[in-house]
Design a protein around this ligand. Structure first.
Ligand SMILES: [Zn+2]
Length: 92
């Protein structure tokens, strides 16, 4: 169990403070097992500039809309198995 995930597929972003290219994007919205997650799969991700330390935080502008639970796929995995060992449950 980790504390965050590494965020990928972020188009190049320059620091709003010093102009350095930003990297090392992270998020706590995913499985938090230090795996790689595309930014569009999370609603918040962030990094700090390696040069000047300016914090950069992206949050999705749109609020989640209510939707039925049936729109979600239930997946399970036994305790102690890796995050990507999920088994999809078919429900009628
Ligand atoms: Zn900077």
């Amino acid at each position: 169990m980790g504390m965050f995930d590494e965020i990928t597929e972020v188009p190049e972003q320059k620091c709003q403070g010093c102009g350095a290219v930003l990297g090392g994007w992270q998020s706590k919205d995913g499985p938090c097992e230090c795996t790689e997650v595309a930014f569009w799969r999370v609603s918040n991700f962030y990094t700090s500039c390696a040069k000047c330390g300016m914090w950069h935080d992206f949050s999705l502008k749109t609020e989640p809309t209510p939707r039925p639970l049936s729109d979600y796929q239930l997946s399970i995995r036994p305790n102690g198995t890796a995050w990507d060992q999920l088994i999809k449950v078919t429900r009628s």
